[in-house]
Write a protein that binds this ligand. Sequence first.
Ligand code: ADX
Length: 228
Amino acid sequence: MTANIMLAEKSPDVVWQESEIDKERRNKLNRHKSAILWFTGLSGSGKSTIANELEKVLHQLTLRTFILDGDNIRHGLSRDLGFSDEDRKENIRRIGEVSKLFIDSGTITLTTFISPFEEERQMVRQLVNENEFVEIYVKCSLNECEKRDVKGLYKKARSGEIKQFTGIDSPYEEPESAELVVDTTTMTTEESVNTILKYLIENDIIRCQRETDKAILTACNYYQFINQ
Ligand code: ADX
């Protein structure tokens, strides 16, 4: 049976249906493992920028990837949710479950949600196998995020036009057990991507053995870690 299957809470008579084409077979076909790269951090910290840049490299390496993005998910799957603590928890619960499905599909999923609460991030971590969840804290001071204010939301939050804004009148709990911390006040996007690539290679989540892989990484200026 697939790991960590919970009983259906309100419908105890539903039974888990196994499929013969399972994660292992998909991983074999893809020639790489599944993983959730869970980016967390304040709005404007750089989660989406780094995830997009990283995905481009992974895609060039012919790995199967997908980005679940906070703003986009709130246009569909979570369109009924706001920004109260309860709604944010439900948002992350849904994304956790979707990410778990993506794990079973053989995909490397990059998720970019503020995900402000340690408990919910831990909950998602528990849904999958130990080496399948990589928490990446995109660290950036509130001051700097506010200075960037790419979407103009901090200004609105300060003026009271937007309520329950993370960092202003809604909390952000810094990760306690993130696999990686990338500090976007001191690191460039390229350096952050390098750090993550290094981790993925060292932990055998991705492999870059073929000459073409090395050529691709060289072309992207991400070669320095491969020969170590
Ligand atoms: S989470 O807290 O539930 O993880 P999520 O990542 O989905 O948040 O959504 C955050 C995005 O919604 C931000 O990048 C920002 O663009 C937008 N947003 C709108 N209102 C708020 C708010 N009150 N707090 C935080 N982000 C908000």
